[in-house]
Design a protein around this ligand. Structure first.
Ligand code: HEC
Length: 462
């Protein structure tokens, strides 16, 4: 039996897997509920309970939800401040506020902080720049913000030890070679430690406790390569401010890049690319056959949004797959391609019923059809099938790419690495021209990249 404190850890070294007891990080003496509420306010997440407070731009009487003007947007997720010159938002970790600064000779206390946040006046009576919004917070919400600002520094460095950086992985399910591949990739990419630290992979697999509790106990700097089936953990990572790095699942494409970075094309990018592909073979109005699952709906919405940007293109006709299966278009009714986004079983049923049609859709489903002996004519390599299928991928190349990106960003973030510092570097690297891991550019989905990912994971384009 595994106790709640015991977890499987994969450490880079001679042995890839060994049993370790990880020390539980102790949080500073602030009440947990307060810290959580303060973090939500600071990061612009919806509060767990109660209505969201309002923010007021200077000179405006109309409040907007405070999450639209999250403190982190201007002061940085680490509270260290950002911007330049007179537009600089200063550092607002509590120790920064609790002492005098070049701009003000007085230190903040709880009362003067509340006044600054509500009315934009500093302890010396100076009016703060108009850029700093005013917030209508309750006493408890202001206290929660202070509690969070007291712990933000520690939280930003959870998982960073003198000789290790701890990343969380999941290997739930049998036969998943990914954790071992990742451990190996780090061993190759990080032959020498970064600022004296090597990467320690901690398994998050556990039967005991709710997800948030498990994550907190694990004390990780970031989670990496979480499989599709672990989505219950994702909101918890977000809530706790733990970066979600390179999940092995398709992202929507609208996730904040300070919280989640992916390596695979997103559903939005796939939807756009599929539309571009389909209009090259559609002769009449384009039909989008859509299944009932959220991913299919997202793909279809992205394709339609893309179509709307094409001058002269008639709006695609959206049809439920189930309806098409009952009423298969006959030859002559549709001479082009049908854009097909649905659950695998629905795709197989439609392909069996209407083999002669050409479809643009997800490669994994066409591969599945081929496996089952259902002939299909199809067009496009869109994603790694094993990921779309929701199965973990076990790709050394994928693991190497991840290890390389993380290693580089840790090096660039420096000795005093914070979660937000590493994320900033990671996103810079991803944006670099020629990077393998460029995020989607809404204007131009990059088919080369899809092919590259297909190739990387050993999938051939049809
Ligand atoms: C749109 C950008 C923006 C947002 C959002 C924002 N701030 Fe500010 N904040 C600023 C700027 C700019 C200043 C500097 C104003 C000055 O010095 O005149 C500032 C100043 C401050 C100060 C005074 C610091 C000092 O040293 O006197 C505090 C405290 C503060 N902000 C807290 C917050 C909190 C808490 C939130 C979220 C609830 C927040 N800010 C959201 C831009 C922002």
């Amino acid at each position: 039996m595994r106790g709640p404190q015991a977890r499987r850890a994969l450490t880079i070294g001679a042995a890839l897997a060994l049993l370790l007891t990880v020390p539980v990080p102790v949080s500073a003496g602030e009440p947990m509920a307060s810290v959580e509420a303060g973090r939500a306010l600071f990061l612009g997440h919806a509060p767990r309970e109660g209505p969201e407070p309002l923010a007021f731009l200077r000179g405006s009487r109309n409040g907007v939800p405070a999450s639209r003007f999250a403190c982190a947007n201007c002061h940085g997720r680490d509270g260290l401040g950002q911007g330049e010159g007179s537009l600089r938002a200063p550092a607002i970790r509590w120790p920064d506020l609790a002492r005098a600064s070049p701009q003000r000779s007085d230190a903040y206390d709880a009362a003067s902080f509340a006044r600054a946040v509500a009315e934009g006046i500093d302890p010396g009576g100076r009016a703060l720049d108009r850029l700093m919004p005013g917030y209508a917070l309750s006493g408890a919400q202001t206290a929660a913000l202070i509690a969070y600002l007291k712990t933000i520094d520690e939280e930003q460095r959870i998982g960073v030890g003198p000789s290790t950086i701890r990343l969380g992985i999941l290997s739930a399910g049998t036969g998943d070679g990914f954790p071992a591949a990742l451990a190996q990739a780090f061993a190759q990419k990080l032959p020498s430690p970064v600022f004296g630290r090597r990467v320690e992979l901690v398994s998050l697999d556990s039967e005991d406790g709710p997800a948030g509790e498990r994550l907190r106990r694990a004390g990780i700097f970031a989670a990496v390569g979480l499989p599709h089936g672990s989505r219950e953990l994702w909101p918890e990572l977000r809530r706790l401010g733990i970066p979600n790095l390179f999940p092995r699942a398709l992202l929507n494409g609208d996730e904040p890049e300070a919280e989640t970075v992916g390596l695979l094309p997103t559903l939005d990018a796939i939807g756009r690319a599929a539309l571009d592909q389909a209009i090259t073979c559609a002769k009449g109005p384009l039909t989008i056959a859509v299944g009932g699952d959220p991913a299919s709906a997202r793909l279809a919405a992205a394709a339609r949004a893309r179509a709307a940007t094409r001058p002269g293109l008639p709006a695609p006709i959206l049809r439920p797959v189930a309806e098409l299966i009952r009423d298969v278009p006959r030859p002559g009714q549709n001479d082009g391609c049908i854009l097909l986004f649905a659950e695998p079983e629905a795709v197989l049923a439609l392909l069996s019923a209407s083999a002669p049609w050409r479809y643009v859709g997800l490669l994994d489903q066409f591969a599945l059809a081929r496996e089952r002996g259902i002939p299909s004519r199809h067009e496009l390599v869109l994603a790694d099938p094993r990921i779309v299928e929701g199965q973990p991928i076990d790709s050394p190349a994928f693991a190497r790419m991840i290890a390389e990106l993380i290693e580089r960003s840790l090096r660039q973030a420096g000795r005093q690495v914070t979660k937000s510092g590493m994320m900033a570097k990671l996103n810079q690297t991803r944006r670099a021209p020629g990077s393998n891991a460029q995020p989607d550019r809404p204007g131009e989905p990059d088919m080369v990249r899809f092919r590259k990912i297909g190739k990387m994971s050993g999938i051939k384009a049809p």
